[in-house]
Write a protein that binds this ligand. Sequence first.
Ligand SMILES: [Zn+2]
Length: 151
Amino acid sequence: MAITDKIYVKNHRQLSSQLETNIPKGAFKGATLDMLFQGEGLEKLDDATRDRVLEFTEDFLDCECDNNPYCGCPERKFIQYLLDLRAQGLGPDAIVDVMTDDYMVYAYPGDVLSFLDSGVRTLEAAEHLANVDGAVDKRDEIRQEKQDLSR
Ligand SMILES: [Zn+2]
């Protein structure tokens, strides 16, 4: 399962009752994305909640793809967001705190940790391949990314 399958809407029950509809708990579930994308009923939310929901929509659902929000961009952008937080030196607990502050979503720190670990392993494999191919620039670039991720 991808990390984006393990991102949940904070205060999910409260949000559902404000919206008067049942949205799934998973932030990247189709029905949740649909609701966000169509923006239906968002005026029913209190200000603080609506701001964060809109922020999420602007940051992750803003692409021009025909099949938005099912094009994969939202997931890709969210993963980039997680990697950026990691590159700023945040650990899994802090990353979860920040995503809750920013977008009212959360994950379990253990899931974030294994996501970051598997990211490092993927980069290690890529670094090895670049090395074998003699692609020195590429290898150094990957090595740098790996260092950003694992510090
Ligand atoms: Zn897209």
